[in-house]
Design a protein around this ligand. Structure first.
Ligand code: NAP
Ligand code: G4F
Length: 333
């Protein structure tokens, strides 16, 4: 029975990856940090099937312990402060968790089980101020947030341990992926929760920042399959994982509100732009508080390498992603 250690198991991707590995008969271990409220986040439903190990990405001893207890054959490093906007408020911790934490985990692997295979959750956010469209593995990086800068360090240290010590280490450069388990502060979930709440009469209006930002959105369930595939290859490598489609935040709102039974009409420009329902009520408006100190205007990935070399293909379309999220939030609230 192969053994896997997942950091970030309480988050969106960690929970879908744990489900995938359990279905493939892995023994799954998950690193969890202590919180004031006991709980396993998005993996609560898996608590009988996962061995949870106390630890923190900023604490080397706990990572060595996690490697020793699990003796993992595969290590998936998904732990991060993953909300870009908050990385301006806590830039030190973005660096400590998302950058230096990767070195700590790689060192733990090097000392405890150097033959373990390692997956690093790299990100399209490293492309930031994009240098070409679409972005692929060879596109130069230009991160635009403390989060993106820290992740770029994690990316390069992963490559460096592969080249320095021969560790089977892969970077998955994943573009935005969402789901019914996405944190409520990310734009997609903020929209689907609001569409459901407005539809049920519990909220009047949704306030957003940059409606023109463009993202390449897929479903997390599809993307965790690519993580696993990377660690099953003969050689370690880095891969872009993306849908190859781009949509604006405005498009996402339009599809989500339509699904919730409220087609929107858009009018105005810039800060005055609104989305209005059939009865003329403003349902979406812009609030400058949600703009970022430096924006990533467009992320649009080319997943050809992952498709050709890993045989990976996304199965859940953009429309289906939005529908699943809205239907979930309508049913839950
Ligand atoms: P998420 O839902 O925010 O989950 C993040 C996980 O990291 C949580 O389990 C969190 O634990 C854990 N964590 C944070 N700080 C930690 C620390 N100091 N020690 C141990 N664990 C810690 O994020 P996600 O969407 O699943 O993303 C997974 C990974 O992929 C992240 O590294 C993210 O940066 C990266 N990524 C995500 C996307 C995307 O679109 N989703 C795209 C590219 C890359 P708590 O529950 O205790 O907070
Ligand atoms: O949903 P977001 O917060 O995701 P963002 O910043 O693209 O980051 C996500 O994807 C990255 C991969 O590219 C991951 F590495 C990262 O961990 C995370 O999962 O924002 C998406 C876009 C941005 O351009 C933002 O400015 O939506 C725009 N936006 C407009 N109004 C908003 C809002 N974002 C949020 N969160 N809230 C708003 O009200």
């Amino acid at each position: 029975m192969p053994k896997a250690l997942i950091t970030g198991i309480t988050g969106q991707d960690g929970s879908y990856l744990a489900e995938l590995l359990i279905s493939k008969n892995y023994e799954v271990f998950g690193l969890v940090r202590r919180k004031s409220q006991l709980g396993y986040g998005q993996s609560e439903h898996l608590k009988e099937r996962v061995t949870f190990i106390d630890g923190d990405m900023t604490d080397t001893t706990s990572l060595v312990k996690a490697m020793t207890i699990s003796s993992a054959d595969e290590v998936y490093n998904l732990a991060a402060n993953s909300f870009v906007a908050s990385s301006w408020n806590a830039p030190d911790s973005a660096a400590e968790i998302n950058a230096v934490g990767v070195t700590k985990l790689l060192e733990a692997i090097r000392f405890v089980k150097p033959e373990a295979r390692f997956y690093q959750a790299s990100t399209s956010e490293m492309f930031g101020l994009v240098q070409e469209i679409p972005q692929k593995e060879t596109t130069p990086f230009y991160p635009r947030s403390p989060y993106g800068v820290a992740k770029l360090y994690g990316h390069w240290i992963t490559k460096n341990y592969r080249e320095s010590y021969g560790i089977f280490a892969c970077n998955g450069i994943l573009f935005n992926h969402e789901s019914e388990r996405r944190g409520a502060e990310f734009v997609t979930r903020k929209i689907t929760l609001a569409a459901a709440a407005i539809c049920k009469g519990r909220q009047e209006v949704l306030e957003l920042g940059n409606l023109s930002a463009q993202r390449d959105w897929g479903h997390s369930e599809d993307y965790v399959r690519a993580m696993w595939l990377m660690l099953q290859q003969d050689e370690p490598d880095d891969y872009v994982v993306a849908s190859g489609e781009v949509h604006t935040v405005r498009d996402f709102c339009a599809v989500a509100f339509e699904r919730a039974g409220m087609a929107l009409t858009w009018s105005g420009e810039g800060l005055d732009e609104t989305g209005t329902d059939k009865a003329g009520r403003v349902r979406v408006r812009v609030n400058p508080a949600f703009f970022r100190p430096a924006e990533v205007d467009i992320l649009f990935g080319d997943p050809s390498k992952a498709e050709q070399k890993l045989g990976w293909k996304r199965e859940i379309s953009f429309e289906r992603l939005v529908e699943r999220m809205v239907d979930h939030d309508l049913a839950a609230n």
